[in-house]
Design a protein around this ligand. Sequence first.
Ligand SMILES: Nc1nc2c(ncn2[C@@H]2O[C@H](COP(=O)(O)OP(=O)(O)OP(=O)(O)O)[C@@H](O)[C@H]2O)c(=O)[nH]1
Ligand SMILES: [Mg+2]
Length: 146
Amino acid sequence: MQTAKFLVTGAARTGKSEFVKSLTEHDGDFGSLQVNDELTIELSTAPLDGDLTDILKNKVGVVLMVDGRDSDTFVNAPQIVTHLRALRHLPVIIAVNKQDLPDAHAPSEVREQFPDSDVIKIFPCVATNKESCEKVLLALIYQILS
Ligand SMILES: Nc1nc2c(ncn2[C@@H]2O[C@H](COP(=O)(O)OP(=O)(O)OP(=O)(O)O)[C@@H](O)[C@H]2O)c(=O)[nH]1
Ligand SMILES: [Mg+2]
């Protein structure tokens, strides 16, 4: 049995816990999901303002949640990604959450924050919707395997 551990981080109230809950049915900052006899996925959340060094040690990828309704959570996304990559060079995907709400910023608007040379993946997300969260997680897994 192997366990693949992912970190879900981002600013306060961006939807980190909701993302974990939709995928794992666990309420809170941690949840696990048994894919099959060989693989378990563990998701844990952590705020951006703490020291993530130890938290990142056993992770295989990072979901950076931003709130599509709150540009304050993504104007500094390039700096956050640079910071995360400096701590540990892991695959990172950005989930632009709350796409179900009116006037949510689209992933393309988050993309505009990044230099053209940055190949980071940016996905729409509705953290309250399981299928939407699965798409984000699968995209991150494909990135890890590529
Ligand atoms: N409409 C809508 N509401 C969402 C979505 N994701 C999260 N929310 C709501 O936004 C609020 C914050 O979501 P949480 O999952 O608690 O966010 P968090 O990042 O874990 O917040 P902290 O742990 O306090 O930093 C809650 O009221 C959620 O129900 C979404 O995709 N759509
Ligand atoms: Mg939370």
